[in-house]
Design a protein around this ligand. Sequence first.
Ligand SMILES: [Zn+2]
Length: 458
Amino acid sequence: MRYLLGLIVIVLLAAAGAYVYAGGLPGPAIEIARPVKYVGQSTPVEVVVTAPGAHLSDLTVTFEQNGKQTPLAALAQPSSAKFTQEGTDKVHVSRTIGRDVIPDLKSGPARIVVTAERKVLYGVRRVKTSASHDVQVRLEKPTISVISTKHYINLGGSEVVVYRVTPPDVESGVQVGDTSYPGYPGSGAKMEGIHIVDPAIKIAFIALRYDQDVNTPMWAFAKDEAGNSARADFDKMTFPKPFKKSRIELNDAFLDRVVPSILETTNEVNPQGSNLDKFLVLNGELRRKNAETIANYSKQSSPDMLWGGVVFHPFTNTAVEAAFADQRTYVYGGKDVDRQTHLGFDLARVVNSPVVAANKGKVVHASPLGIYGNCVIIDHGMGVQSLYGHLSSFAVKVGDMVEKEQELGKSGMTGLAGGDHLHFTMLVNGQMVNPVEWWDQHWIQDRIIRKLREASSS
Ligand SMILES: [Zn+2]
C-alpha cells in the first residue's frame, strides 16, 4: 500500500514536472513581414508563424487603431484571410487591407497584433506568443501634374518631362509603355541661370525605344509606400523614324579573330560548335546580356546634371560607318544567318586615334564588356550616360571625373568589330537612344534647357 502511494506520488510529481516544463517550451515564432511601415488604400499584410514540432491551436491577426480592434484573420474562423501551410511547421497568413476591411481607418499611427498558440505535452498544455508591429496609415493619394510643355519624341529618341509631385518624397517618374524612368529633384539641374528650389519639382529624362510602337502610352506617375498612386498625362507628339537596312558579310578570317578573343573576356556564355555557331551566341545571347549589364549602370546615375546643358561632342571629324538602329542582316557563305539591330553609331578615323568624352561626367565602367570589347561608360547624371566601345587602350579608370573632350583611350577593334572604329551610343536610364539629338545644340536648347528654364524660379 505504501509502495503504491509512493508510486502515485512519483507519477504525480513527474506529471507536474512535465506540465511545468511544457509550459516553459517556446511558443510559436511570429514574423510580421508586411507592411514594413505604411498602410494605405490597399495594403498587403503578410504574417509567417512557425510552430516547431506541433500544429497551431490558435492564430489571430488584429488591427488596432485609436482603441479599436479589427480582426484581420483568425485560424478558428474562416474569413477573407488566406492561410497557407508551408512545410510541416510554417503557416503563412495574407490579407489585403484598406477602408473596405477597416471602415474606421484613419491617417495616423496604428498597430498590427498577432497572437499564436501551439499544443505541447500531447495537447494537455498550450504555449502562446504574441507580437506587434507599429505602422503608419497614409490614406491621402499623392498628387502629380506635368509642368513642361510641347513634348516631341522621335522613335529611338529622348525627351524631358518636368513635373510637380506632392509629397515630394514619394516615388515618381514617367512611364513609357513597359519602361519607367525615374524623376530626379529639380535642384540637381545645376546650370547657368537655372535655380529650381521647389522640392516638389522633378525632372525625368525619358526615351521612346526604337522597338516600341510610336503610339506607346506615356504618363507621369507617383506612388507612395502605402500603395497610394496618382498619374498625370502630358501633351506629346511622336514621330516614326525610318531605320536603315544593312548587310554584314561574315568570313572565317573575321570569325577566327573575334570569337576566341571575346570568349577570353567573358564567362557569361559558353558556346560550343564551329566559330559560326559560337558567333551566333555572341551576337544574340551575349548581346542581350551585355545590354542588361549596361542598363544596370543607370542605377548608379548621379542625381545631378553633371554636363551642365552643354551640347555633346559630335565626333564630326570621323566617317559614319553605321547609324543608330540600323537593321543588320548577317550573311555567311551566301546565306542569311542572323539579324540584329545596331544600337549606336560606328565612327571611324585612323587606327588608334584618341577617343574623347562626349561631355562632362563620371566614369562608371572602363574594362572589357562582351561584344563591345574594351568599353567606357560615362555617367552624366539624371540617368543620362554615354558608351564608347572597341577601344584598344584606356586612359581613364572607374570613378574618374572627366571633362568634355578629355581623352578616354584610343580607338581599336576589340569585341565584335570588323575594323578600327569607335562604337558610340547615348543611354537614357539604361535604354540605348539615338545620339544625333544630343549632338544638336538646337535640340538641347529646345527639348531640355527651355523646360528647365520654364520651371526655374528666377
Ligand atoms: Zn557599332
